[in-house]
Design a protein around this ligand. Structure first.
Ligand code: AMP
Length: 216
């Protein structure tokens, strides 16, 4: 079963595309950002420790996220894993390679979602999600049909992320360019990288990703 990484800056659409693959291909989405937010909400010690770091838009330590991924990999995935927001540093990338190898698995492809910074700021600062089902909305480009009500599940619990503001976004972008973008060269050199235009229509991006998966 294919295991893929979705690589790209915050707001590139990794989560949106990952959710489609979960629905369409029964793959398992591993989002370290979601796992960390869950830890924060459920009030675990680790969740409390990472809360401020995340709100500022900085990366949490490699040890924490590698630990989270190691636990999930040991549970296995029928349809393959989608790594969403992991790895974000070279150390995490090396650790992922080793973890997959020890569980007899490999990485099928790394998909880089290319977008420009101006588009990211607009995408992220208007973003909100349904707290009940996770459907993603946007103030300008994708408001719900009825204000405050989720189109997908009818829920009324819309949420904005604490780090979806301009100041945290600046830090998140800086962290991406300093620590995560070297992974583009790393996976290119391994012959595993495919780049797609992340600014295309959502369905077009999805079909580019599908093509990569069909070949994997
Ligand atoms: P995301 O939902 O992927 O945008 O992640 C939200 C925040 O969680 C990031 O800004 C980091 O603070 C933290 N985070 C998520 N994944 C990682 C990772 N792989 N390495 C370090 N920090 C992470």
């Amino acid at each position: 079963m294919p295991n893929i990484i979705l690589l790209g800056p915050p707001g590139a659409g990794k989560g949106t595309q990952a959710k489609r693959l979960v629905d369409e291909r029964a793959m398992v989405q591993l989002s370290t950002g979601d796992m960390l937010r869950e830890a924060k909400t459920s009030g675990t010690e680790m969740g409390k420790r990472v809360s401020d770091v995340m709100a500022r838009g900085e990366l949490v330590t490699d040890e924490i996220v590698i630990g989270l991924i190691a636990e999930k990999l040991s549970q296995g995935a029928g349809g393959g894993f989608i790594f969403d927001g992991f790895p974000r540093t070279l150390k995490q990338a090396d650790a992922l390679g080793k973890l997959l190898a020890t569980s007899g698995q490999n990485l099928s492809a790394v998909i880089e979602m290319q977008v420009d910074d101006a588009a990211l700021v607009a995408r992220i600062t208007g973003r909100f999600t349904c707290g009940t089902c996770g459907e993603v909305y946007h103030d300008q480009t994708r408001p719900p049909k009825v204000d405050g009500t989720c189109d997908a599940c009818g829920g009324h619990d819309m949420k904005r992320r604490a780090d979806d503001n301009e100041s945290a976004l600046k830090t998140r972008l800086m962290e991406y360019y300093k620590k995560t973008s070297p992974l583009i060269g790393y996976y290119y050199a391994k012959g595993q990288l495919t780049s797609v235009d992340g600014l295309a229509e959502m369905d077009v991006v999805a079909s580019s990703i599908s093509k990569v998966l069909d070949k994997a």
